[in-house]
Design a protein around this ligand. Structure first.
Ligand code: NAP
Ligand code: ZN
Ligand code: ZN
Length: 346
């Protein structure tokens, strides 16, 4: 029996519950979870804002902990290793996406929670729990020091979801990059784009985040509600990473792209954005794109990059019983910048 936190219905708060994990199979790694980050996707899913949530729902896909058992055929991990699990725990392993290391785009990718599985209760249960059993191919090595572990947890989703598009769209020295929304994803986007050598401009709706965004590595911070501040950046960005979790006017940001610039959306709001003004895009061959997490190899690359550059998330550590309150605060943008559950409080 494993203690967990989850919800029985979309309109119910999260509460303590007990789950079972499968026995450690030949290719599996059993992990004692130390910390689990709280992603906005957890909230979207628990409340069935994207529809299709299976209950009971135990969210959590920013998992870090220690290996406590390994199967006979496990070669990459041993008992005692510090490891992470991100947004997926399996995929088909045969399609082009899987063969290219982009398991995140596999049609049969199995999410860490709410994904299909033969394990009870028929859908995967995530990291708001004491233990998890995962195939070794979907487990990551953590090279940060053990005392940084809680702040490493958010890298498993917020880190890779921002790292992957920054790399794909060649962010680096000489590039002007915008990051929209300074939440869990956005604050990692600022840190990573800065570490990659880009000139970084953060966009926020929260005046209160303005001063501190500089500390994250932003060269400039713009309050996006102020048209005058926005106008100064017209047609100047190579790339904009938009992490906003709610539907909003995209045109005020596409107006800031240079010719051939791209704005990549990673936020998945419950309600659609208003249709973008395509003439803004057509007039400068600009693009709006999307991106979803990252593959396993790239997640390892991101973790190693962060260990090398001493990058972790800025977190607020919470007890499991504070999770419902944390969701309310996340909705208000009142977190700097990621809640992380201390699993010992389960
Ligand atoms: P979060 O911590 O809540 O951050 C979102 C930020 O968006 C807020 O901090 C706020 O920043 C800004 N914001 C919120 N409401 C807004 C509004 N109405 N107008 C303008 N800005 C607003 O959420 P997160 O965990 O970073 O996740 C962000 C989104 O990405 C969610 O939709 C999540 O589901 C999605 N996601 C996608 C992937 C993927 O693979 N594509 C992976 C993980 C998460 P300011 O206060 O600075 O304005
Ligand atoms: Zn996430
Ligand atoms: Zn596949």
């Amino acid at each position: 029996m494993t203690k967990a936190y989850g919800a029985y219905a979309a309109d119910k708060p999260l509460e303590p519950l007990t789950i079972t994990r499968r026995a450690t199979g030949h290719h599996d790694v059993k992990i004692e979870i130390a910390y689990c980050g709280v992603c906005h996707s957890d909230l979207h899913t628990v409340r069935s804002e994207w529809a299709g949530t299976l209950y009971p729902c135990v969210p959590g896909h920013e998992i870090v902990g220690r290996v406590t058992e390994v199967g006979h055929h496990v070669s990459k991990f041993k008992v005692g290793d510090l490891v992470g699990v991100g947004c997926m725990v399996d995929s088909c392993r045969e399609c082009d996406d899987c063969k290219e290391g982009l398991e995140n785009y596999c049609e049969h990718m199995v999410g860490t929670y709410n994904g299909p599985t033969q394990d009870a209760p028929g859908h995967t249960l995530g990291g708001y729990s004491q233990q998890i059993v995962v195939d070794e191919n979907y487990v990551l090595k953590i090279k940060h020091s053990a005392d940084q572990l809680a702040a490493v947890a958010p890298l498993l989703c917020a880190g890779i979801t921002t790292y992957s598009p920054l790399r794909h769209w060649n962010v680096g020295p000489g590039k002007k990059v915008g990051v929209v929304g300074i939440g869990g994803l956005g604050h990692m986007g600022i840190k990573l784009a800065h570490a990659m050598g880009a000139y970084v401009v953060a966009f926020t709706t929260s005046e209160s985040k303005k001063a501190e965004a500089h500390k994250l590595g932003a060269d400039e911070v713009v309050v996006s509600k102020d048209p005058e501040q926005m106008a100064k950046h017209t047609k100047s960005f190579d790339f904009i990473l938009n992490t906003v979790a709610a539907s909003h006017n995209l045109d005020i940001f596409t107006a800031l792209l240079k010719r051939d610039g791209t704005m990549t959306l990673v936020g998945v709001p419950a309600d659609p954005h208003q249709s973008p003004n395509v003439s803004i895009l057509i007039g400068k061959r600009a693009a709006i794109a999307g991106s979803m997490i990252g593959g396993i190899a790239e997640t390892q690359e991101m973790l190693d990059f962060c260990a090398e550059h001493n990058i972790v998330a800025d977190i607020e550590l919470i007890k499991a019983e504070q999770i419902n309150e944390a969701y309310e605060r996340m909705l208000k943008g009142d977190v700097k910048y990621r809640f992380v559950i201390d699993s010992s409080t389960l």
